[in-house]
Design a protein around this ligand. Sequence first.
Ligand code: AMP
Length: 515
Amino acid sequence: MTTFKDLGLSPDIQQALDELGYEDPTPIQEQAIPALLGGHDVIGQAQTGTGKTAAFGLPLLQYLDPANEEVQAIVMTPTRELCIQVTQALRTYAEHLDIEIVAVFGGAPIRSQQSQLRSGAHVVVATVGRMMDLMSRRSLVLTSARYVVLDEADEMLDLGFIEDVEKILRMCPSGRQTALFSATMPPPIQKLAEGYMYDPTTISITPKTLTVDAISQAFVEVPAKEKAARLIELLKTEEPEQAIIFTRTKIGASKLERLLKDKGLDVKALHGDLSQGVRDGVMIAFKDHRVRLLVATDIAARGLDIEHVTHVINYDVPNSSETYVHRIGRTGRVGRTGRAITFVTPDQRDEIGRIERDVKTSIGEWETPEERLEHAPPPRRRERSERRREVEKVEQAAPVAPVETSGNGAVAETDVDADAEVEIEVEAPGAEDGPKRDTVKLFVNRGERSGIEEEDLRWALREGAVLPEEAIHDVRVLHRFSFVEVAPDQAERAVEFLDGTKLKGKEIRLEIAKS
Ligand code: AMP
């Protein structure tokens, strides 16, 4: 397994990643970072949610010379939202570097952006239109911009910016390094790459390696005219902490927003008919958790990194499998778990099969939480006893090094195969005789060594399994594994929702601990 250290990143950057809790590089980072650090041009075919910002951003920061006050790197983005998001990400990665990153985008006063540029910027993150504007006013000079990134190039194409992008590329030095990231590679983008990049390394991250595995998916078959009522019912049952509800059209989005609002729900719409200012306001409110439900169209939500979304609801079935992956990627982001529910009318039922085949995933019919529990297969117990048998075999075969002691149960680990995460629980004497607890103890196969902290487990139980706060009792993180205690009636639910999902990028196994 490659680590950030293996990728050749500087200690200052590694420290920032540590502080952010990034443990291992994502596949796009693993491949793009060494190529970019090696000075190559890179084409990254990857969508939001894959960690692409760090993939181009970390080598960019490492490339900069803080002592040189010229603009040494630029990142072009199609939208203002993405521009702000990339800037924020770069600033967190540059936490321990003496680097100025300035964001310039349309819809905001140009004067203050000009004055920020005058004060010095090593990196400029910009929307295409505003960058052209600032260049024509001579407030931005690109003669030293030797590291150039095009983020979401296909979106720039859709929005009609490609000619301007070419103009900007022509203003940058010819010996520059160029990185182009795009979810899709339509012919005009390929042509752009051929014309403006030098022998690029192409890295393609297919939707399969997106985080759909960490997302529990379901569909609801419902006649068109009953959709709204079913949605309201479903929201009541699922109780999402925050959800994005996708509609196909702008009109559909504003209609649904009105309808939900009339039902007293906390909802806002995000679509292309709203002014930029309103869109920004909605985004900020949603990110700050001041709004619970967001009704959005694909274009408006594209590329947005919204964390902690517990649910994505496809109110209108997406028009392609790619859009499906893109939409549901808003939940279950790196290291998070989430739920995606897709509405289909009876004549759209085949769409589900198509998505399942394309994305190589399984989408079952939606069930209420009670039904889910009822239908949850009991194999975990069997797995556990099988695992225990294996563990016992290992125990007989190899010396056991006692490592950790946890509360009332002594816990020992073997060092036979660190990756196999073999743990053996040994009952503490008298544990059975202790006072009857009103909690159930769950065993989690990850601990401090995997960067897991108490708050992460509490977060997973709250957000991933949607347990009420009062049902979560003691959480103890040991070196290689953890124990959590929950209310007895919530234990199965916690296991069902969290076992096999990812936390901080690591698969977690959760099971009811013995006794
Ligand atoms: P992006 O695809 O760049 O929009 O990133 C998606 C999300 O993944 C962001 O919230 C990042 O902070 C997060 N992220 C990126 N790289 C990693 C990593 N190596 N480990 C954990 N989280 C990451």
